[in-house]
Design a protein around this ligand. Sequence first.
Ligand code: NAG
Ligand code: NAG
Ligand code: NAG
Ligand code: NAG
Ligand code: CA
Length: 343
Amino acid sequence: MKSMKLTATALALLLLVLDHAMAQGGLKKNLATTKPAKPAQCCDEVRSLKVQVANLSSMLEEMNKKQESDLMKVVRQMMELEKHNQQHEARVTEAESKYSEIYNQLEIMQLQAAQSAPQQSTSDAIYDCASLYSRSYKISGEYKLPKDDFLGTPELNVYCDMENNGGGWTVIQRRKIGLTSFDRDWKQYKNGFGTIRGDFWLGNEHIFRLTRQPTVLRIELEDWEGKTRYAEYGFFTVSNEMNSYKLFIANYSGNAGDSLRYHNNTNFSTNNKDNDKCVDNCAQLRHGGYWYNCCTDSNLNGVFYRYGSHTKNPDGISWYGWHGQHYSLKRVEMKIRPQSFVP
Ligand SMILES: *[C@@H]1O[C@H](CO)[C@@H](O)[C@H](O)[C@H]1NC(C)=O
Ligand SMILES: *[C@@H]1O[C@H](CO)[C@@H](O)[C@H](O)[C@H]1NC(C)=O
Ligand SMILES: *[C@@H]1O[C@H](CO)[C@@H](O)[C@H](O)[C@H]1NC(C)=O
Ligand SMILES: *[C@@H]1O[C@H](CO)[C@@H](O)[C@H](O)[C@H]1NC(C)=O
Ligand SMILES: [Ca+2]
């Protein structure tokens, strides 16, 4: 664009010079009436300038054509990329549904076993994956926790990790597919959303109930290079809704950094409920629901950015203690287990 403008200016200048030369030619002509001279010289100059103008005009035209074709090339490349992206998403969705099918059969068997098991006393109650584990359900997958009148808990579908780090883990959050939006309101964060084998938030109300007994939180992270890190908190609980699901954590260990500490003792915020400690609206800025302070040292419910765009935004799925604020992770899992659990 710039070079085109320059050329246009040059062309204008040249035309000015041409004008000037013509004027001078005219003057010379006037003089010629009194004093005979060589009119051929002036006309040669004008002719050569005219040729140069024609030359410049054609160069300008050529440049315009080239720029147009460059632009078309970029547009075509962008369309190609977009198509590629869509194909990728379709493959991910397809893979997810295949995965679900495979596990469906196994899951039904697990559910039947869990539900036909007799419940004698409260200590035998199935209220999380740890209690299923101690009843010898040691295969990871989706389970249905029965309604418990004594504990006042409703029926709940959960994903149990029965294999990693001793098993008995109830998964409360997962990010791995990236098609489910986590920019949701208070009510959705309260009751939970997403698919239990894919990306989901279990729900603040359920997390509150599950963490009434002393609970351990384990956070597993994976980056786009396939490396993994973890952060574990020996103590984790959230308050009830009246107290805005306020977060308490303690006793960090791990290799990812203590990036939830900054969020300790803060209320939960969503895009329609600003409970953060900031003049800004952190949930709206970071596009998620979380225990926002002012605003983040981690943003595990942020926006899922795919490889290529994962380092460009401040509202991604970040854990500052590992990759800083501008790196959106590829995979996250948050899971809980009673402190008293013995593998
Ligand atoms: C314009 O002039 C340059 C050099 O003076 C020459 O190489 C080129 O071929 C000319 N272009 C046209 C279209 O006449
Ligand atoms: C943290 O760990 C210490 C040492 O194991 C323990 O005494 C303390 O009770 C733990 N804190 C919480 C809040 O669980
Ligand atoms: C958290 O929420 C409670 C009520 O839900 C409120 O009393 C308290 O001041 C809030 N704390 C902060 C730090 O905003
Ligand atoms: C969180 O705050 C509590 C006090 O409310 C404190 O005991 C605990 O150590 C803090 N946790 C971390 C990880 O700093
Ligand atoms: Ca605010």
